[in-house]
Design a protein. Sequence first.
Lengths: 229, 229
Amino acid sequence: MNENKLNILIAEDDLNLGFLLVEFLESRGIDVKLYRDGELAFNGFKGGDFNFCIFDVMLPKMDGFSLAKKVKIVDPKIPIIFLTARAMKEDKMKGYNIGADDYITKPFDEDELLCRIMAISNRLDFSNATCGKICQIGKYEFDFENLSLDFNGQIKRLTTREAEVLRMLCISKKKVVKREQILTAIWGENDYFAGRSLDVFISKLRKYFAEDSTVTIDNITKVGFILNC
Amino acid sequence: MNENKLNILIAEDDLNLGFLLVEFLESRGIDVKLYRDGELAFNGFKGGDFNFCIFDVMLPKMDGFSLAKKVKIVDPKIPIIFLTARAMKEDKMKGYNIGADDYITKPFDEDELLCRIMAISNRLDFSNATCGKICQIGKYEFDFENLSLDFNGQIKRLTTREAEVLRMLCISKKKVVKREQILTAIWGENDYFAGRSLDVFISKLRKYFAEDSTVTIDNITKVGFILNC
DNA sequence: AACGTGTTGTTAATGCGATGTTAAAATGAA
DNA sequence: TTCATTTTAACATCGCATTAACAACACGTT
């Protein structure tokens, strides 16, 4: 309910344009964070709580399309607008296939960009964006900020990783959370070892919930996990 | 329920362009209706069941913006794309203020228009909270993303393959889905063993639907299967 | 109708890859 | 260093898609 506020991540290496954008959008009451290359942007994205992205297509370290692909794995619904100097059709198609919501050719008009952002965000469904800081899981209370799991006043302290994994399961309670999504969002990469690591944490979490049998973390082979409670 | 199908109203007085658009979109499996002036378009809109609009800005009888305003009163959420020959900023702003979702300057590329339509319609909330991927099959509710089959709140979990096969049958409910099509799409090859495997999965799915006799998966020898419900 | 051939229905056995779990190594912060 | 935490390794277990095997069926031919 409180998260109806736009929180935009911008990835743009031309800092002149970048700062201009930041200033303009902030003047309109929008939260903005600027990153100057693809990798920084992705790390920023993992850490932050963004609900909108604007990516330059050409970026150092990782180009806008690759960045979009990874971001879409973590949050498939997040809207992305691409900025590009070129007006190539192939580029546009590529962007749309990845799931671009819009495409703007530089130089562009700031007001028009704002209009496009608004047009898209008006359709946004913020409803399940955040499940609050504290999440009820069966008889447990999970506080992500405090890394704590409270069971009848008995407080179990979680490690960062444990909390991160549990948070992802919590956000989509009773829904399948894909392995790929968790791995990309938390480990940043989706390889064998990260995968095994995730399994270890799932195993740990299950133990923590052992005292309330209504809480289970179920596996869907080859797909992911579901937190049921 | 399964209004996941696009039904587009086009208002365009240049009939060359109009018919071209209709033909192109219909070839992509989209329902389209063309009107050649603003008033006809609005009457058509009231009578029909459209979920997407494309308006030329300059139209006889009633211009695109006025048309949009009236349409938005009837259905405030309906997406509208404007077409215009002019690339005037004022026009664009006016369009966005009315609630345009996009803005395309003529001449434009048909593929790009399709991409933009898709980008917008993908964000569309066709159903209620549960974002659209759910399919009603008799008394069952099939959720492909969650690999679940809900019967009166009783949830049966599906495996990846089961869900994939069921999805293909669902997409063409009550229509023949060719063996070849399923095999190529899911198994990637159309040989004897893949075929037998498919038969095994069909058999499993039939069992899952045993509790509602109105749901049947019928075989068409040498051709494929039909999901009837 | 009876036959024969190829197709489909169904169940069960198999084998492999994915996951569960625990413990040991690595990492890294204090 | 020590301690907490995460990663890697090693082994146990489980679930799933495939394969096999046989029964039932469809359909064209005689």
